[in-house]
Design a protein around this ligand. Structure first.
Ligand SMILES: Nc1ncnc2c1ncn2[C@@H]1O[C@H](COP(=O)(O)OP(=O)(O)O)[C@@H](O)[C@H]1O
Ligand SMILES: [Mg+2]
Length: 432
């Protein structure tokens, strides 16, 4: 059977039909497509490519141009950015001539973002596909802008928090200064009154001395001797002999008290050392803190110490003192009309030390207990509470890798318990 000659009409119509269909479909797809042959002569360009790149129709008429003509058109209108357009053209043509797969994103001066993908074709030439990514890029930019705003907000908040913590510290420094002033004022008051009494006593004594000198002279008259005796009686020398040593002793005690307060203040604030991690004796910190807040506490409660044996612990002593101070002052504030007791217990537990500060004050209900460590939570009237004391204390204990908890019964009192590791674990050591 001889082969029938090929049906020329079918042969011509079918490829033509297929081609037209493909071209029609190509014009509808949402990406720009351009096909060039191995000489970079454009063989096909779809409608979307012309739209996406704003390429005018005349560029493609009467016949499809060489790829370089499109590149030159783009370069002329500044699509590739500033600089010599001939250089842009040369660079892009060199890239195209390599006929290698490529994929990149280009932002046009009008803000449009294009995803550009080039794939070599099996028989030479290549196809370029443009996808419009502007919407996605804009969404990304919006996200970045929002992130920047959030970061800024976060930074503002952190700053505000730092300032508040600073103001709580200032408030407690103010409170502390007032207490210390009160404590120092009292001894200074009687020392200064004693000194002025002694000054007037000295005047009397010197007057008597002058009289005695005259009375003791070889040519002294009986009158002069009588005058000396009279003045001795007038100034009441016997009383002075008794009173002066008393005034001296009392004044010395006062001065010693002031010296102690100053020493405690120094211990409390470690004014002479830097704020560094160091091995320190907790009891010493507690003692100096009790002395510092004595004016807040002494009219309200007795402080009872039930101290165990504690090793030195690695800590920031000044900051722990701040914690003790906040707890002590809170305990004093919790006292009612009746004088109460604040009991401080300490002890060790495995590689930790613990400290409990109990008061038999007002206590506080569970719904308050749940919030006492929240910043700004206070049940005290304006001006008395900042609500930052326990939140600061919590932060300091956390920094020491410790815990702080409370147990409170309304009407009976409150106990705060702090557990601190003897030595801190440094993160880099822990993770190797
Ligand atoms: N020892 C205590 N007894 C009863 N309530 C307490 C005690 N310590 C703290 N609180 C409660 O916790 C709240 C928060 O304390 P704090 O953070 O020190 O702030 P402030 O003392 O400024 O109110 C207090 O207002 C009080 O209600
Ligand atoms: Mg407080």
């Amino acid at each position: 059977m001889s082969t029938t000659p090929p049906d020329s009409s079918l042969k011509v119509t079918a490829p033509e039909f297929v081609l037209q269909t493909i071209l029609g479909v190509m014009n509808e797809v949402p990406v720009g497509i351009c096909i060039v042959d191995k000489d970079l002569q454009i063989q096909l360009v779809n409608r979307r490519a012309k739209q996406l790149l704003d390429l005018p129709d005349h560029l493609f008429e009467p016949k499809l141009p060489h790829f370089s003509a499109v590149i030159a058109f783009n370069a002329e209108r500044g699509d590739y950015g500033p600089g010599d357009s001939a250089e842009h053209v040369a660079r892009i043509l060199a890239l195209a001539q390599r006929m290698e797969p490529h994929h990149f994103e280009r932002k046009r001066p009008n803000g449009q973002v294009l995803d550009i993908r080039g794939e070599p074709l099996p028989d030479g030439g290549f196809v370029t596909i443009w996808t419009d990514m502007t919407a996605r890029a804009q969404a990304e930019e919006a996200v970045i802008a929002r992130n920047t705003t959030l970061e800024q907000l976060n930074a503002d908040l952190q700053l505000a928090q730092q300032q508040l913590v600073q103001s709580e510290k200032l408030a407690s420094i103010g409170q502390l200064a007032a207490g210390v002033a009160h404590e120092i004022n009292n001894p200074i008051g009687y020392v200064s009154s004693n000194i002025s009494s002694m000054a007037s006593y000295l005047e009397d004594i010197f007057r008597l001395l002058d009289e005695c000198e005259a009375a003791c002279a070889p040519d002294a008259t009986p009158d002069q001797r009588a005058s000396a005796w009279r003045i001795r009686a007038e100034i009441d020398l016997d009383f002075l002999k008794e009173d002066i040593p008393n005034l001296m002793r009392e004044s010395l005690e006062g001065i010693t008290r002031v010296k102690k307060i100053v020493q405690d203040l120094k211990d409390f604030s470690h004014a002479d050392t830097h704020q560094e991690w160091q091995w320190a004796d907790l009891h010493k910190g507690i003692e100096s803190t009790i002395n510092i807040v004595t004016s807040e506490v002494k009219y309200k409660a007795d402080v009872v110490r039930e101290f165990g044996q504690l090793p030195d612990i690695e800590c920031l002593p000044t900051q722990l003192n701040q914690v003790f101070m906040n707890l002590l002052v809170n305990a004093a504030h919790a006292m009612g009309e009746e004088r109460g007791t604040i009991t401080i217990r300490t002890g060790t537990e495995a590689a930790s030390v613990w400290l409990e500060l109990s008061d038999n004050g007002s206590g506080t209900p569970p719904e308050v207990q749940a919030r006492v460590f929240d910043p700004f939570f206070t049940t005290k009237p304006m001006g008395k509470g900042t609500g930052l004391g326990l939140s600061l204390a919590y932060g300091i204990i956390k920094k020491h890798q410790g815990t702080v908890t409370l147990d409170s019964t309304p009407g009976r009192g409150t106990t705060f318990r702090i557990v601190l590791p003897v030595a801190r674990v440094i993160a880099s050591e822990a993770t190797g």
